[in-house]
Design a protein around this ligand. Structure first.
Ligand SMILES: [Zn+2]
Length: 370
């Protein structure tokens, strides 16, 4: 599965690891993304002309073009999978409800953090039964989410409540950001989908002091994991002529994988998924720019999932749209792995596209189905 690019031990490209780390370490589960949007605001300030929010919390940073150009929006998501507090047992253990789809298989004995209304951060452990004496048939089963509970190290419900914990508090996954032995492989929580928001942010940062016709908008959208909710309102507000959704896709370079794209492919162009068929001319345009810049690319067709594009392209009277993906291993768990090459190449492509976009190109995209 290895190729010469993945064997290179030198870090590939100009990837801002501090920015990536900031995005991934921010705490912001679906429906509670303020921690992540503050990070995006911090990294966009000084690089965009306006920063606005819609009423669900999506953030829109706009770098204005040189005048009367089309509007180009990049959507990256701010949410991450996690939980909300569902119940505090009399014993002080915490029951949870899913925010996004976490498979209980990856959860036992993992560390989590509860953030209270007052902002107090309380560590906990998803309690795991010892295997000693466990019947063989139980050993083979996966516990369901409503069977799991969090141990926060208290003696009863009162002690938990005295810490400020209440129903509906956010619970985030806890893990460190790490460069792995080959520093091109980066391990962290929340790549799904902070990597999208980070890439959109890096593109507007790259456009500082650069002449471009289009208004370029980096959108940090909310609540994708529960049904593309934030993209719907943010896409209406931004009213873009061309929009790209940035999201993760499954990594195919893991044993027994049947879907996805190998890490270090470069740019991943999503032809279609379960929620959208990308604009054909926009796809060809992306391919052409990749070839011109010497960027490697692959196509992705994954019909068992969707992205923000599913809502974006149906906004108002339709938006020219497609999705660019970053392959990620072990998503929807405490730690995923991505590759620097995929991040760097996607940023390079989108920066170039943003510089070039004009009305003739938009017209060509619009006419591709006429
Ligand atoms: Zn996801």
């Amino acid at each position: 599965m290895c190729n010469e690019k993945t064997r290179i031990l030198e870090p590939y490209g100009d990837v801002n690891v501090d920015l990536l780390k900031d995005f991934c370490q921010a705490k912001g589960i679906t429906g509670h993304e303020a921690g992540a949007s503050r990070v995006m605001k911090k990294w966009m300030e000084g690089y965009v002309d306006t920063i606005e929010y819609d009423n669900l919390g999506s953030i829109l940073g706009t770098k204005k073009g040189s005048g009367n150009g089309p509007k180009f929006a990049m959507f990256g998501r701010l949410d991450e999978v996690g939980f909300y507090v569902k119940k505090i047992e009399d014993s002080g253990y915490i029951r949870v409800v899913n925010a996004g789809g976490l498979w209980p298989h990856v959860l036992l004995a993992q560390e989590v953090m509860i953030t209270t209304r007052e902002g107090k951060e309380i560590y906990g452990l998803i309690s795991a039964p010892a295997p000693h004496g466990m019947p063989a048939e139980v050993m083979k089963t996966v516990k369901q989410l409503d069977e799991l509970f969090i141990d926060i190290g208290v003696c009863d419900k009162k002690e938990a409540e005295d810490l400020g914990i209440r129903i509906g508090d956010m619970i985030t996954l806890v893990s460190e950001f790490r460069e792995l032995a080959n520093p091109n492989y980066l391990m962290a929580k929340a790549w799904d989908d902070r990597i999208g928001a980070a890439i959109a942010t890096e593109v507007v940062r790259n456009l500082k002091d650069v002449d471009h016709l289009a208004d370029v908008v980096a959108v940090g959208s909310v609540q994708e994991e529960v049904g593309l909710r934030g993209a719907k309102t943010a896409a209406y507000m931004v009213d873009a002529d061309v929009a790209i959704a940035l999201d993760v896709t499954l990594a195919s370079d893991v044993p027994d994988s049947k879907f996805g794209v190998p890490l270090a492919s470069g740019v991943t162009l999503s032809v279609m998924d379960g929620s959208v068929i990308g604009n054909r001319e926009l796809l060809y345009c992306m391919e052409d720019i990749c070839k011109e810049l010497g960027i490697t690319f692959v196509h992705d067709i994954f019909m068992r999932g969707g992205t923000d594009s599913g809502e974006i392209h149906m906004t108002r009277n339709g938006v020219i749209n497609m999705t660019l993906s970053i392959p990620a291993r072990s998503i929807h768990s405490h730690r995923g792995v991505v590759h620097r090459k995929d991040i760097a190449d996607t940023i390079t492509l989108l920066t170039e596209f943003a510089k070039r976009l004009n009305w003739d190109m938009v017209e060509k995209f619009r006419c591709s189905n006429r």
